[in-house]
Design a protein around this ligand. Structure first.
Ligand SMILES: Cc1cc2nc3c(=O)[nH]c(=O)nc-3n(C[C@H](O)[C@H](O)[C@H](O)COP(=O)(O)OP(=O)(O)OC[C@H]3O[C@@H](n4cnc5c(N)ncnc54)[C@H](O)[C@@H]3O)c2cc1C
Length: 349
C-alpha cells in the first residue's frame, strides 16, 4: 500500500493551511500496516526555507518503522523547470510501481501572461516599520477588484512577487513592507511618481468582497490591511463590517489613516478593533483582540457573517485555532463547514 503526498510550502517554510495540523494528527494515528511513502514538495527556491514543510513531512514519515521510503523526496522548484521535474517523478513512479498515474503539469506555464505597464501615481515615505503605500494607474487592464493580486516584476528576468490589491478610486493601492535585501519590495520602495513598473493582475475570486453577506469580519495584521481598504471603499451598501487590525504601534496605523477615516465618515465600517504589539507594555496581537470578542464573533458567524483574514500565515493559523476552540462550545461554527460555505476567506503569506 502506498502513501503519496504532494505538498506546497507557504510563507517561511510553513505548511499549507489545510495541513497545519498534520504532525499533531499524525502523532495520534496508529498505523499498524506497512506503507510505502513518497513525498513531492512544491515551492520556490527564491525563499530561504524552500520546500521546508515537504522535507519535514518526508523525514518524519520515514522515521516510522511501518513507513518505508519508496521514491526519494522530490523538490519541484517553481524557478527551475517544474514541469520537467514532475514528468521525471511520474516516469520514475510508473517504472517502479507499474501503476499508471496522470498529473496535469501545465499549470506552471505563465508564458502567455502579458506584462503591462502601471504608472506610479504616489508613493508614501517609508514609516518606522519600513512600510509604505504605493498607488498605481493601470495603463490598459481595468478589470480588477480589491483582493486581486498584482504580480510585480522588479526586472526583465526577475520572478514576479505578489501584492494584494486595494482598488480605490480606480487606482491600485498597495501596502508594501520593504524587506532587507528583498528584491521586489526594495524596487517598489525606490519608485517615484510617474515611474512605470511592469506587472500583471491575477484575479483572486476567492478573496473578493462578499457583497451578499449580512456582516463581514475583517482580520488583518501589517500590510494585510491593504485589500480591506479597497473593500471598505467598495462597501457602498454599508454592510456592517468589523475590522480587526494589528500592527507595531500608532505610527504603523497612520499610513492607512486617510482611507480609514474616509470609510468611517461614509459608514462603510462599523467597528475598529486595533491592537499594537510595541506601543504599550502589554504586547497585543490582532488574534488577542479577536479572542476578546469571542461572543460577538461566534454570534455573527452563526448568523451567517463572513470572516476574512489577510496578513501573516502565523496570525491566520492562530485565528483558525481560536475558531476551532470555539467550535467545541458552538457546533454551528465548524471550520470545514465555514470554508465549504465560503464563510471563511483567507489570503495570507
Ligand atoms: C498572496 C500573496 C500576497 C502578498 N501580499 C503582499 C502585500 O500586500 N504586501 C507585502 O508587503 N507583501 C505581500 N506579499 C509578499 C510579497 O509577495 C514578497 O514576498 C515580499 O515583498 C518579499 O519580496 P522581495 O522580492 O522584497 O524579497 P525576496 O527577494 O523575495 O527575498 C525573500 C526574503 O529573503 C530575504 N533575503 C533575500 N536576500 C537575502 C540575503 N542576501 N540575506 C538575508 N536575507 C535575504 C529577504 O529579506 C526576504 O525576507 C504577498 C505574498 C503573497 C504570496
Amino acid at each position: 500500500m502506498h502513501l503519496i503526498i504532494f505538498t506546497a510550502t507557504y510563507g517561511d517554510g510553513d505548511a499549507p493551511t489545510n495541513a497545519r495540523k498534520f504532525f499533531d494528527k499524525l502523532e495520534k494515528i496508529d498505523q499498524p500496516r506497512s506503507l510505502f511513502v513518497s513525498v513531492v514538495g512544491f515551492g520556490s527556491s527564491i525563499y530561504p526555507k524552500y520546500n521546508e514543510f515537504g522535507k519535514q513531512v518526508y523525514h518524519r514519515l520515514v522515521k516510522d518503522e511501518n513507513m518505508k521510503p519508496y521514491l526519494p523526496f522530490t523538490e519541484v522548484d517553481e524557478e527551475h523547470q517544474p514541469e520537467e521535474t514532475c514528468k521525471q517523478w511520474l516516469q520514475l513512479w510508473q517504472q517502479k510501481s507499474g501503476f499508471p498515474m496522470e498529473l496535469k503539469v501545465d499549470q506552471f506555464s505563465k508564458s502567455n501572461i502579458e506584462k503591462q505597464k502601471f504608472k506610479v501615481t504616489h508613493r508614501s515615505p517609508l514609516n518606522k516599520d519600513e512600510t509604505f503605500i504605493i498607488s498605481l494607474q493601470p495603463t490598459s487592464h481595468n478589470d480588477y477588484q480589491s483582493g486581486d493580486l498584482l504580480e510585480v516584476y522588479a526586472s526583465e528576468t526577475a520572478k514576479a512577487r505578489q501584492y494584494s490589491i486595494a482598488r480605490i478610486q480606480n487606482k491600485i493601492v498597495l501596502s508594501v513592507r520593504k524587506h532587507d535585501h528583498g528584491l521586489c519590495s526594495t524596487y517598489l520602495a525606490n519608485c517615484h511618481k510617474n515611474d512605470d513598473i511592469m506587472a500583471t493582475i491575477k484575479t483572486n475570486t476567492s478573496f473578493h468582497f462578499p457583497k451578499d453577506a449580512p456582516k463581514i469580519i475583517m482580520v488583518a495584521n501589517g500590510t494585510g490591511i491593504a485589500p480591506f481598504l479597497g473593500m471598505l471603499d467598495e462597501n457602498k451598501t454599508n454592510i456592517p463590517v468589523d475590522l480587526y487590525w494589528g500592527g507595531k504601534n500608532i505610527e504603523s496605523l497612520s499610513i492607512y489613516g486617510e482611507y480609514l477615516e474616509d470609510a468611517h465618515k461614509k459608514q462603510q465600517v462599523s467597528n475598529y478593533h486595533i491592537s499594537y504589539s510595541r506601543e504599550n507594555e502589554v504586547v497585543e496581537y490582532v488574534q488577542h483582540k479577536v479572542a476578546e470578542h469571542k461572543e460577538q464573533i461566534t454570534t455573527d458567524l452563526i448568523q451567517g457573517a463572513v470572516i476574512m483574514i489577510c496578513g501573516s500565515l502565523s496570525m491566520q493559523n492562530e485565528v483558525l485555532d481560536l475558531l476551532e476552540l470555539w467550535n467545541k462550545e458552538n457546533p454551528e461554527i465548524q471550520l470545514e463547514q465555514l470554508y465549504k460555505n465560503q464563510k471563511i476567506l483567507t489570503d495570507c503569506y
